[in-house]
Design a protein around this ligand. Sequence first.
Ligand SMILES: [Zn+2]
Length: 280
Amino acid sequence: MILETLAAVFVLVAVAAGTTLVARALLRGPVQSAIRCGCCGAPADSLTSFTCQVCGHDVRDVGLRAAVARSPAARFYKAIAVTLVVMLLAPMSVELLRGIVPQTRYSHASQSMYPSGFGGFEAIELDCKMAESGGEVSGRMIADLSMPTGRMHSMEIAIPTRKCWTIDEYGQRREREMFSELVLREWMKEAGVDDGDKAVSDGISQLHQEMQHVMSESDGPAPRGMRPSFSGGSSNSSSTQPAQWLRPVVMMFWAAFWLIALAWTMRDRALPPATVEAAA
Ligand SMILES: [Zn+2]
């Protein structure tokens, strides 16, 4: 986001600078064809004979130099040509780089799990967001536990570190140990789930397996059947996007390229020394 803003400002400044450059080049008018001595560069106006008064050479031998005259129209068409080339190449280069630069795959899975055949809690909702780029996965899973009292307890797990936090019914956030079945069980007991019953205990084990499964899908969670102690449904979505920095960086590159190319084409240059055949 910061990079995008920076790129937008950079492009605006480049466009303003480039426009000023062209406007000034157009207002400059044609360059006067100043004729100079081909040897020392003394203005030819001062010549009273074929012998240069500054360096003493015969201008019929060393030649005369002329700065090329460039009309505003020629400069204008050059500026248009440079701009068109950049406008054509910039989007092409973005498309080309998209195929080379590693892409990021974003995935989002949510799952509602309702205990079937046992009580203790109403439901648990899993919400998992992950991003995968170049084999590196990062993300976060949130589990919301609904109790029959209507109270909500939440657990947040960082991926891939499995660092774990819980948020109680009063919104109090607390750091836990690394996510494990034991941590899950303790958290649910604190929320009021009685795991003394075997069906409830089995249910927590299955819930732990399910949470591990969702978080371990390296290329995004895949839809699957419910664990036997639960009913409910799940939804998954994923999208693949090129690296976020690609577009702004390419935009800045082409803005700079355009400005340099304009400065290069708008400059006045002298022609290489040309030998002028003087009347003998
Ligand atoms: Zn001279």
